[in-house]
Write a protein that binds this ligand. Structure first.
Ligand SMILES: [Zn+2]
Length: 302
């Protein structure tokens, strides 16, 4: 298996990196990956992820629900139920911000969010790396969805009132390249919305290496509110608001219990999820997953 070794922090560019525990890919390969932490800014990441060319094999599973549209099994049924609620939460959030109704959704998956926003009067466009998911969304919802290469080659010419990444930034190789594109394509009064898991959450500390939010090697980067803000400001963005995601603590806790192979996992997971949910409501910086709402910093003129 081909791996790369990351020697520089993707947030603060420091080379002062410490190696932490190995974490197992519980959902697909069973392989172990080293978690690393930057001594300078606290950013966490996989030290030895698969190369970008090989990463596709780690997504090939019936169980990788972000890209599938099946309704088998209890967790999957919950996922689809929750997805419909979350579509409404997301659309309310965007509409409340009142920017131009043009949306670029990065990692648009099977296209449900694009379709939902299209029905709310938005002009929508998606970017999706997975051929199956991309083609499915185009066929089912008749929406414009392109490959990441199309985006990186500068072929998306429009500007957008909203650019969204729902649990996507943590998957992206070379994130700086994307931040640069977001800055170019986002209108000056537009909003960049990023949702990512938070390794400073209650559930992350409770489950340690079994925490489902690590999801190695698919999640390359593990953010907390400080490191997300740091990466944003280095790329001329600032976080103006944060929101906790209501279902993620329950989902993460139940999945983490499954990875631990615990007996009565669902019950334990539901209880831990509840504690994590309340903790996140009391302090968004400790929420299981955080939605960051960002604006462009004024471009410095030389
Ligand atoms: Zn750092």
């Amino acid at each position: 298996m081909q791996r790369i070794y990351i020697e520089e922090c993707a947030v603060c560019l420091s080379k002062d990196i410490k190696q932490l525990d190995q974490i197992k890919d519980h959902s697909i390969s069973g392989e172990l990956f080293y978690l690393a932490e930057c001594n300078s800014c606290g950013f966490r990441f996989i030290m030895d992820p698969p190369t970008e060319e090989k990463c596709g094999t780690y997504y090939q599973s019936e169980n990788y629900i972000s890209h599938s549209d099946t309704s088998k099994g209890f967790i999957f049924r919950i996922y689809h139920f929750v997805r419909n609620i979350m579509l409404n939460v997301k659309s309310k959030l965007l509409i409340g911000l009142n920017a131009n109704k043009t949306l670029l959704d990065i990692g648009s998956g099977t296209g449900y969010f694009l379709d939902h926003m299209k029905n709310k009067g938005f002009d929508v466009r998606g970017i999706e790396i997975d051929d199956k998911a991309r083609n499915y969304s185009i066929k089912k919802f008749n929406v414009n969805v392109h490959t990441p290469s199309y985006l990186k080659e500068g072929k998306v010419k429009n500007t957008f009132g909203y650019i969204t990444l729902w649990h996507v930034l943590e998957h992206l190789y070379q994130p700086d390249q994307y931040w640069k594109i977001f800055h170019e394509l986002l209108e000056d009064n537009g909003y960049l919305i990023i949702a990512v898991p938070n390794h400073k959450s209650y559930d992350a500390s409770h489950y340690g290496p079994f925490w489902a939010g690590y999801d190695v090697p698919r999640h390359l980067w593990h953010f907390n509110p400080a490191t997300l803000q740091h990466m944003a400001s280095r790329n001329n963005f600032e976080v103006i608001r944060k929101k906790s995601m209501n279902f993620d603590p329950f989902y993460n806790a139940m999945l983490s219990e499954k990875y631990k192979d615990s007996s009565f996992g669902l019950i334990k997971g539901a209880f831990t999820g509840l504690v994590a949910f309340i903790t996140g409501k009391l302090d968004v910086n400790k929420a299981s997953s955080v939605i960051y709402i960002l604006k462009k910093l004024e471009t410095k003129h030389v």
